[in-house]
Design a protein around this ligand. Structure first.
Ligand SMILES: [Zn+2]
Length: 127
């Protein structure tokens, strides 16, 4: 082991980052029991194992939507066309429902629409 041509972990890191991106698209964090993921409303754990663990728990239509992306890519469709096509399928509807459901469940925790109080003096509003 004297050569050092490619950083060994580079591919794995790229894959991990790509999967993390998909985890966030699929809102997998909503199913995750990792408190860091829940707090962040995003995948903060090991993306690959998180996807493997939680993908089967996603609504069927959401899994179909994700499978549709893979199929469309194999057919050479670009991403925008893929999404436009999926939007017109039951899977696209299921995915939209899933996004709405997660957002609704999240609503009390989001800043939007919540009243912010400036506290009672000493410290200014924290950001
Ligand atoms: Zn997670």
């Amino acid at each position: 082991m004297t050569t050092n041509d490619a950083a060994p972990g580079a591919d794995a890191r790229t894959i991990e980052r790509t999967i993390r991106g998909w985890n966030d698209v699929l809102l997998i964090w909503r199913l995750c029991r990792n408190s860091a993921c829940m707090r962040a409303s995003a995948c903060r754990g090991r993306a690959q194992s998180c996807l493997q663990t939680h993908f089967p728990l996603l609504p069927e239509g959401v899994r179909a939507w994700f499978a549709g992306i893979g199929e469309a890519q194999e057919d050479g469709l670009n991403f925008d066309d893929t999404i436009a096509w999926l939007d017109e399928t039951p899977a696209g509807e299921a995915f939209a429902d899933w996004q709405r459901a997660v957002r609704a469940a999240q609503a009390p925790l989001t800043v939007r629409g919540s009243r912010r109080r400036a506290g009672d003096g000493s410290a200014g509003p924290q950001r």
